[in-house]
Design a protein around this ligand. Sequence first.
Ligand code: CDP
Ligand code: CDP
Length: 230
Amino acid sequence: NRIVPVIAIDGPTASGKGTVASRVADSLGWHFLDSGSIYRLVSLQALRSGVAFDDAERLVKIASRLDVTFDGEEVVLDGEDVKDKLRQEEVGNGASKLAAIPAVRSALLDRQKGFRKGPGLVADGRDMGSVVFSDSVLKIFLTASVEARAERRYKQLIDKGLSANLERLVLDLRERDERDTNRAVAPLKPSADAVLLDTTALTADQAVIFVLEHARERLIESRFVSNASD
Ligand code: CDP
Ligand code: CDP
């Protein structure tokens, strides 16, 4: 499995990881893993069954038993497409709480590694480059100011016809950053060999081009593809 190349794209909430990672995957014709959606699935299931976000034992059970299939755009949980439900802020906040529990993270490890299939995988999350795919051929760490990220989230929610409050989003993002950064396991932090990209003043297209250029270089260097001009 080690020879299947992985591009890891990590960063804080609403930094554009998902958008950039899925476009990079499309453009390379590679598989795509939105690892946050797996934490969100556990959160949704916990909310539905009334399990508290600090009940490690029951959360681990949910995590190990998730019956989910990723089918194109759809995320099918126990036969129901829950893609839109997963995006709710309540679900994201719960995910961030239960993601701080080491046993929950371990229970989700193999499921994430299973997405690594030829010709390659682009994975986004918090610890793709630092933990899950630490041998990634390219590790990108996206950042953007809290204000820029809150505006992006706001726009996404309004575009979906959901209600949103910008000030509230700024507070939620700060709280989430704080929790993701300061937890003891797999904290949100660029690994030493990650390439940092601040997207505050960039469009998603510009970020995609940046990642694709670095990917091309790294894939040639590591001989996954040959350089046509060699
Ligand atoms: O889209 P957004 O960045 O808001 O969140 P997400 O990527 O869907 O992840 C939701 C929560 O799951 C995050 O706040 C993280 O705490 C957690 N998560 C994680 O701990 N590790 C990952 N690889 C992905 C997500
Ligand atoms: O996955 P993550 O939470 O990091 O972010 P996302 O769900 O991809 O949301 C980012 C939103 O900001 C999307 O609506 C993008 O179109 C937009 N955006 C971006 O991703 N990158 C930029 N440089 C500018 C805007």
